[in-house]
Structures are given as C-alpha cells and as structure tokens.
Design a protein around this ligand. Structure first.
Ligand code: NDP
Length: 504
C-alpha cells in the first residue's frame, strides 16, 4: 500500500527567495498592500508556514489597473515594434528556463507537487509558452478586403482589417498549476498581442508567480505592463471583474466561480471574457487496446498532479472483455504510487494543496461510500500530517452518484464497464462538462468515430495529458468559453478593426 515517506522541511534552491518579504508588483515596483495586511502561505505536506505575502485588496487592484491603463494608453508596450516585444518575451522564456530548478522548488513547496514533476512539466511548459507566444507577437496582421459599392454607388474603397490588442486585461487564476496557468496559459498570449495585464493569482499558491514577476522585470518588461496583486477572490478578484477600466477578463477556475463572474461582468462594462472551467472527463479503454500502455496511461490521467487537473480522466469506461484485467491493473498502479513531500526525489504524489481541498475530496470519498459504490483501492487519508489522500478508485457506481457527476479535483476516479461503442459514447457525453476525453484502441475506425462523437475540447488517443504550446485548450459545454494556448489564445487577446478609405 502507499507509504508516506518522511516529510522533509528543506527549502533547497528556494531558500533565499522564501526568506524575503513578498510584495505586490504595481507599475514596475514591489509594494506593500495599501492596508498593510499580509497573509501566510503553507507547505501542504508539513502544514507549516513557509512565507508571508502582502494581501492586496480593492485599493491595490485600483492602483494596478491605473498603472496598466497608463502603460496601455501612453506606454511603449502596445506601440513598440513587434520584434522588440518578441525579444523581451523570448528573454523572459529564457530566464524561466534558466531558473527552472528554483521555480520548481518554489512550486513544490507552495503547492505540494513533486519537484521532479514541476521540473519537467510546469516550468519548461511555461518557458515554451513564452517562446511560442514571442514568435506570435510578429504575426499580428490584417487583410485587404475587396468591397462592393452598395453603400455609396460608384464609390471605390481601400478597405482593410487590422488586429489590435484588447487593452487592459484582468487575469484570475487557480492553484493547481500556479505558474503555468497564470504566466503561460494566460499572460504570455495577452502580452504578445500587446495588452497590459493585472493578475490576481490564487492566494493559496502566491509564490512562484512572485518570482516570475522578478524575472519579468529582469527581462525588460516595462513598468505597468505586468501587475500582480495577491488577494482573495471575493475582494481583489471581484474588484478586478467589475472594474470599468478593464477591457477583458481571462479566468481559469471552477465553473461555479466562472458563472458568478459572468453575472458581475454583465452588470459592469460588458468586458470581454474567456473562461477555462472545470471538467469530468471520460477515459475509454477498448478491448483491442495495448492494455499495459492503457492501464498506465489511464492511471496517470487520474493521479497526475494529485488529481488536481481540470481535464483529469476520472470517469473510466472499460470494455467488458477486459474489465477485470484493467481493474486489477489499475489497483496495482494506484498501490505503487509513493506519497510524500514533493521535495523528496522518491515521491510520486504530493499532498493536496490545502485543508479546504482535502476536506472537499474526502467529502466526495465519503459520499461515494455512503451511496453504495465499492472502494477498489484507497478511500482514506494517508499519514497523519499534511493533506495526503490515498489514490482512490471506485467500482460498482451508477451515473447519478456525485462521484460520477461532479468534479472532485483529487486522486479519485470511478470505473464502469461497457459493451457497445454507441452506448459508451452516450455515457461519456452524459455530463455538463466537455473539457477532455481519452480513447485507448488500436482500431483506426473506432479512434475516429469516437473522437468525432465526443463533445470535448481535447481528445487524447493512446495518450493522456499531452499539452503543447501550439495546440489550443479549452472546453465545450460548461467547461468554458474560448481557448488558451495555441494561435487561438493569441487571437483571443486581439480586437479586429475594419477600416474603409473612400478613394474617389
Ligand atoms: P476557484 O474558481 O475557486 O478560484 C479560481 C480563482 O478565482 C482564484 O484566484 C479565486 O480566488 C478567484 N475567485 C474566487 N471567487 C471570485 C470572485 N467572486 N470574483 C473573482 N475572482 C474570484 O477555483 P480553484 O482555485 O479552486 O481551482 C480549481 C478549479 O479550477 C477547478 O474547478 C478546475 O477544474 C479549474 N481549472 C480549470 C482549468 C481549465 O483550463 N479549464 C485549469 C485549471 C483549473 P480565491 O483563491 O481567493 O478564491
């Protein structure tokens, strides 16, 4: 069964950074919160305080928006040659790469995830997004459009479109990939398109983005272009959403918060909105799949990042003929996972991010048990310190149980059997969400039939959790509006202007 390795309290290469005071980045300067208030951030493996951070509120958001407004309306960033913006963003990507080890330790200490995972996933993917978006900076263009003379008979026009930045962008982000989502998925595209930003990260994981702010200044990002205000959602976040000087909100978080945010936007200045929300993704194993690869891949799709993944494949459907074999294999995979401090190189899975998240996940585990599902493996807390949950699989579930319908956001999944391809597609689509899906098969016709029939923004075939900077990511149905990453994310941060010049 899973062991929790002894908890380490070493800060490694993050020691010097953690020892500093952590402030807000407004107009190119590090400042205390207007109120003077601070909050503490914990290592979720040890439950010990690792740093104290300035707690921003509405006054700090107002100051940050004013700085971003000034930088957009009068500063160099939207006006500079795209090649210059590209050079700065490329350098920022390089600096993220050069500081990978330190950033990975900071992320691990604040979020709980293994350093070895952050080092190969969170940090390099963030750097790659800056490199990808740096290149996009030079592709903002327009078209000359042939027009008719319906409006003014006999008139000739030189008519063209031009793509421009949206303006001041407010970004609100969660704690599961603190740096990757805030900096990589959200900020890189907004900056490349020439916008200025105010970020309100999750106060649960404030540290890596603060270190990123230092690197952004070192790369030469001008004052006011990137502003970072740590604070609570209901206070700093809500002010950013309603602020009349903000032109767009890019949000990643839960469907519940996203829904509330839309109501606030409707009552304010109708700013543009992109939403990356929750998921409850199906992962389907056909009997003809390479079962060893499928079992390992499906387990990774559930347990990677402690299950705190928006597209985690937590509804597993297995074809009848191989059901028993797959369940046995999945139980083995779950048992093999070593739990412990993220800083221990032997750790495969760290703790959940907070007491809150631990309580939420355990309440779903308890609901699964009381609804009559069978715990095939796990189903309990691991250890007696830190927010560790055993990798957990339920069988004998039905589609009405909360563990099948609702996003749990922890290392918990359900396994069901199927015998008919159309039936499994119907069940896979029987959800309010549409973020990700997995298919494991060696049959090309099944691959394309199911990939087409599944209503989800990303479909992984014979793989899971593959994220490339150039590929769009986002949700169908209640999993969101718009796309992050890829060319689509860059375009989401631009407005298109149509210009008619009458020539005669
Ligand atoms: P939340 O929705 O609780 O919070 C997300 C962010 O919104 C936080 O910074 C939060 O601040 C802020 N916030 C909360 N209330 C408000 C408000 N009224 N106005 C403005 N901002 C507010 O999500 P979690 O942080 O718990 O993250 C987990 C969720 O994120 C999961 O549902 C997951 O699926 C989703 N997610 C989606 C992804 C995607 O790409 N689709 C990727 C990653 C996560 P505070 O922390 O203070 O509450």
């Amino acid at each position: 069964m899973n062991v929790v390795t002894p908890l380490t309290t070493t800060f490694g290469p993050a020691e010097a950074f953690l020892g500093k005071g952590h402030r807000l980045l407004i107009d190119g300067k590090w400042v205390e919160a207007e109120s003077g208030e601070v909050f503490e951030t914990l290592n979720p493996a040890t439950e010990q305080v690792i740093a104290t951070v300035a707690l921003g509120g509405t006054a700090d958001i107002d100051a940050a928006v004013a700085a971003a407004r000034k930088a957009f309306d009068a500063g160099p960033w939207p006006r500079m040659m795209p090649a210059e913006r590209q050079r700065i963003l490329q350098k920022l990507g390089d600096l993220i790469e050069e500081n990978c080890e330190e950033l990975a330790w900071i992320e691990s200490l604040d979020n709980g995830k293994p350093v070895k995972v952050a080092e190969v996933a969170d940090i390099p993917l963030t750097a790659d997004l800056f490199h990808y978006m740096a290149a996009q900076a030079r592709t903002r263009e327009g078209h000359v459009v042939p027009t008719s003379d319906f409006a003014i008979p006999g008139a000739e026009f030189h008519a063209y479109t031009v793509d421009e930045p949206v303006g001041v962008v407010g970004l609100i982000t969660p704690w599961n990939y603190p740096l990757l989502i805030a900096a990589g998925w959200q900020m890189a595209g907004a900056l490349a398109a020439g916008n200025t930003v105010v970020l309100k990260p999750s106060e649960v994981t404030p540290l890596s983005i603060t270190r990123f702010g230092e690197l952004a200044l070192e790369a030469g990002v001008p004052p006011g272009v990137i502003n970072i205000v740590q604070g609570y959602g209901a206070d700093a976040g809500a002010r950013l959403v309603e602020h009349p000087q903000v032109d767009k909100i890019g949000f990643t978080g839960s469907t519940r918060t996203g829904r509330g945010l839309l109501k606030a936007v409707a009552d304010s200045n109708l700013k543009k909105v992109t939403l990356e929300l929750g998921g409850k993704s199906p992962d389907i194993i056909f009997a003809d799949a390479d079962l060893d690869a499928a079992i390992a891949g499906v387990a990774m799709g559930v347990f990677f990042n402690q299950g705190e993944c928006c597209c985690a494949g937590t509804r597993i459907y297995v074809e009848d003929k191989v059901y028993d074999q797959v369940v046995a294999g999945m139980i083995d995979e779950a048992r093999k996972i070593r739990l412990g401090s993220g800083q221990d190189p032997d750790t495969d899975m760290g703790p959940l991010v907070s007491q809150n998240q631990f309580d939420t996940v355990m309440s779903y585990v308890d609901a699964g048990k009381s609804d009559g599902a069978k715990v095939a493996v796990g189903g309990a807390r691991a250890g007696d310190k830190g927010y560790f949950v055993q990798p957990t699989l339920f069988t004998e579930v039905n589609p009405n149980m909360s563990i099948v319908r609702e996003e749990i956001f922890g290392p918990v999944a359900t396994i069901e059997r199927f015998s008919d391809i159309n039936d499994v597609v119907r069940r896979a689509n029987d959800t309010d969400y549409g973020l990700g899906a997995g298919i494991w098969t060696t049959d090309a016709r099944k691959t394309h039939h199911v990939a087409k029939a599944i209503r989800a923004g990303t479909v992984f075939v014979n793989c899971y959790n593959v994220f490339d900077a150039a590929m769009p990511f986002g949700g169908y149905k209640q999993s969101g509006w718009g796309r992050n990453r890829g060319r689509q994310a860059f375009e989401a941060f631009t407005e298109t202007k149509a210009v008619y010049v009458k020539l005669n």
